[in-house]
Write a protein that binds this ligand. Structure first.
Ligand code: LFR
Length: 473
């Protein structure tokens, strides 16, 4: 018997509805793309938003195209949310995490509550856009419920309210030890505790499709909570064969770190801005955000008509280490002219800016590899976890130059793939709920069997990477 599952996966630059077919023996898992659609920021009157209604419409188009399935799972980027009033109507359009409305808020909260106290409760890295800071700038007087993006879409599909726990852990308002809403912190900040809905676990049923939704797509199926934070799903599908691995989930962001049985909350960990996000089966994703392929995506936007394949080929032949930047400089966070900002960072650090698009691409990829190296090394040191291999998953795993540079920079083998790790993770949690898969280890071995993986041995000159790092870190 074969089973079909639909995975809705929303990334910061595109969304997709994927159809997964699992055969009885599970030896093969076939993924097909039912529908792919662009996603991105919409600037309206000085504010940056997501087009969440447009995304919902595309999801329905994708589900209609996918045809009937056993269940549906939804994942997306983290942190962002919609507010509902007491009738369940959306209050305002969800704001994009790259909007600048939270400028200065993290510093203010650290001053009031104490950075140590915050980290001790949530274990979360400080990113200016964490939900906690967004909520403190929002108008909550009419709000009855706060729903993170996948929970909001789940609500529109089913009518059921809830907060899936892996994504809730990115709000800064979840207790990292108990995995419950951190009520004392919520009260201390003056946030209305009633807006945080009951938590749900990956694998739990959310509900059936609303009647009008089923009528619109032509069939019905239950919606199931998955690791609704895309990074939780991606890391669940890392094709690791033992515990001694680091991962880099590489798309718009690079999320680089290790998987642990419990959080690391030491002062050193906080100083290095490492995060303890909730993973599948009680695991902790101990990682730091690295700016990721956003740097490249924004460069491409500045060069209309350029071809990524051609640029990557040319970048491979560029002179190594001509210029590098710290990819995590806050100046790179908002949308805008990326080449100009990279040039500015090169000048600020006493380096000559790249002269051609290919040289910029080389600079971006080497800089990202440096960011990967620092995060992987610090994750190992701060957690005490041995690492023998780095698994690079997500869209970035298709970028051979980036994989090779990352292996060289880390001085560790990189195993690249799958590119669709998030979809695999989403589907496998649904398959497990249907009784088709047992545990995380089996999920990972299924991914390894389903996908051809590429291995990159480190070959670089470690001294050259040390020198390049010393220019910017
Ligand atoms: C990746 C990701 C990261 C999160 C960032 C913003 O897509 O979910 O894990 O830090 O987007 O939500």
């Amino acid at each position: 018997m074969s089973r079909r599952f639909a995975a809705v996966d929303l990334g910061a630059s595109s969304g997709r509805v994927m159809l997964a077919e699992l055969t009885d023996g599970l030896e093969g898992m076939k993924l097909t793309e039912a529908h792919r659609f662009p996603n991105g920021p919409v600037r309206v009157a000085g504010r940056l938003y997501w087009d969440v209604l447009g995304l919902y419409r595309e999801i329905l188009t994708g589900l209609r195209a996918a045809g009937p399935v056993s269940s549906i799972g939804v994942d997306s980027w983290a942190v962002d949310y919609g507010l509902l009033d007491e009738t369940g109507a959306l209050l305002g359009n969800p704001v994009h995490y790259r909007d600048d409305r939270t400028r200065g808020v993290a510093e203010r909260v650290a001053g009031e509550v104490g950075a140590e106290a915050l980290y001790d409760v949530s274990g979360l890295q400080v990113l200016p856009f964490n939900t906690i800071y967004q909520l403190l700038t929002d108008r909550l007087d009419q709000a009855a419920t706060m729903l993170l993006i996948p929970d909001l879409l789940g609500y529109w599909l089913t009518g059921e309210l809830g907060a899936e726990v892996t994504n809730a852990s990115t709000t800064g308002l979840l207790d990292v030890r108990s995995r419950q809403w951190a009520s004392p912190l919520i009260e201390r900040l003056g946030l209305p505790s009633g807006i945080f809905p009951p938590l749900r676990q990956p694998g739990e049923a959310i509900g059936g499709l609303r009647r009008e939704v089923a009528a619109e797509i032509g069939w019905s199926a239950p919606v199931r909570a998955v690791g609704s934070h895309d990074t939780a799903s991606a890391v669940a599908a890392v094709p690791a064969t033992g515990p001694a691995f680091a991962y880099i989930s590489c798309g718009t962001w690079s999320l680089a770190g290790v998987e642990l049985p419990g959080p690391v909350l030491t002062p050193e960990s906080r100083a290095a801005n490492f995060t303890n996000e909730a993973g599948i089966d009680g695991t902790v994703r101990y990682l730091r955000n690295v700016m990721g392929l956003w740097l490249l995506q924004e460069c491409l936007r500045a060069w209309p008509g350029s071809d990524l394949g051609d640029l990557l080929k040319a970048a491979a032949g560029e002179r190594p280490f001509a210029a590098v930047v710290n990819p995590d400089e806050p100046v790179f966070l908002p949308p805008g002219d990326m080449p100009a900002r990279i040039a500015g960072e090169c000048r600020r650090t006493g380096q000559r800016p790249p002269a051609t698009p290919a040289a910029y691409v080389r600079c971006v990829l080497e800089s990202l590899a440096l960011g990967h190296r620092l995060a992987v090394r610090q994750a190992m040191e701060l957690s005490g976890r041995d690492v023998e291999v780095v698994h690079l998953v997500g869209g970035g795993s298709r970028n051979e130059l980036l994989c090779r540079l990352t292996a060289d920079a880390c001085g560790l083998p990189v195993v690249a793939g799958p590119a669709e790790a998030t979809t695999f993770g989403n589907v496998l949690v649904q398959a497990r709920a249907a009784g088709l898969v047992s545990d995380l280890a089996e999920m990972r071995s299924l991914v390894a069997a389903a996908e051809p993986l590429r291995r990159y041995e480190p070959s670089g000159d470690v001294g050259a990477w040390d020198e390049a790092a010393s220019r910017v870190f």
